[in-house]
Design a protein around this ligand. Structure first.
Ligand code: PMV
Length: 307
């Protein structure tokens, strides 16, 4: 049996805009998905996740199933497999749980088949899987999950920024949503008001560029301000909602330097950054609103094979 694990991610800046070619900054976090694989020469693909079992006819585990189908096609091979998924990441809530499961599945399957792939190649195959399942996806999630660290995502390339040491507080609403539905609603808005939405996307791109500079200078106050402006623009696209706004304002009132949604929005999670001294305060303020509050940090550890 081969077991691989990979981290989830948060977006400091630029989700949604990244789908339209603007840059974004995403970071791997210390919450991981873990996938174990037992390959057989033939037979079905069976998935076992969080005490639920299913085969590939189930919609529920479509990322792992699609990953297995793409590996079969790419390497012109056939196999059966028992895939077991365990994850610390709440699913469908903007923390990149699907990407972490996807790249861990690809790595564990290929290792089991004796195929050696580097993490960037796994990320590219993972991106194909996400495109197939979601309709449209940026390469950000699978790249960040595969390589770890802080990543600048641009239209045709992804590159690492310096590692950052700052506490990250996540508020998970527990409201699950399909990323593709939220992307589709933004796309509809863009078709209706092309020049307005293009300007919003391009301002988000500017925020990411300023953010990159402020991160390099270690100016977390400005990073927080830019996150707050980014949130205003996400609001304008209709991807925030009242529950997310409550969490964001609770975090800011408790002393967060910046707070915004992370990922597609319309449910899912918010993210706050703060100084070390205010972590408990901000965490409690988020929990008080009824959300699951998780304190985490940026992880430099990407996809890897567990010992
Ligand atoms: O909510 P998530 O983790 O699926 O992130 C979606 C982020 C988008 O920018 C909306 C889409 C993407 O693929 O980058």
């Amino acid at each position: 049996m081969i077991t691989c694990s990979a981290p989830g991610k948060i977006y400091l800046f630029g989700e949604h805009a990244v789908v339209y070619g603007e840059p974004a900054i995403a970071c791997a976090i210390n919450l991981r998905a873990c996938v174990s694989v037992e390959v057989a020469s033939s037979g079905k693909i069976t998935i076992d996740a969080m005490d639920k079992r299913a085969n590939c006819s189930s919609e529920e585990f479509k990322y792992a199933c699609c990953a297995a189908q793409i590996i079969k096609k790419l390497f012109e091979t056939d196999f059966g497999a028992e895939i077991t998924i365990r994850s610390e990441l709440p699913p469908r809530q903007g923390l990149g749980s699907s990407a972490a499961v996807t790249v861990s599945t690809i790595k564990a399957l290929t290792q089991s088949l004796g195929i050696e792939l580097d993490n960037e190649t796994v990320a590219k195959i993972g991106h194909k899987v996400e495109n197939e399942v979601q309709g449209k996806a940026s390469p950000a999630d699978t790249f960040v999950s595969s390589t770890g660290g802080v990543v600048l995502v641009e239209e045709t390339k992804t590159s690492h920024l310096a590692q950052l040491d700052m506490p990250i507080i996540i508020g998970a609403t527990g409201v699950e949503r399909a990323t593709r539905d939220v992307i589709a609603s933004v796309s509809d808005l863009r078709k209706k008001y092309p020049s307005v939405v293009s300007d919003v996307m391009s301002s988000m791109g500017d925020i990411t560029r300023f953010g990159e500079q402020k991160l390099a200078e270690g100016d977390l106050v400005s990073v927080g301000e830019l996150m707050n402006i980014n949130q205003g623009l996400l609001e304008s696209l209709g991807v925030s909602d009242v529950t997310l706004s409550r969490l964001i304002y609770a975090a800011r009132t408790a002393g967060a330097l910046g707070a915004k949604i992370t990922g597609a929005g319309r449910g899912g999670c918010v993210l706050a950054i703060t100084t070390n001294g205010k972590v408990d305060h901000v965490t409690q303020a988020i929990a008080k609103q009824g959300a699951l509050a998780l304190t985490t940090a940026i992880s430099s550890l990407g996809l890897h094979v567990e010992a």
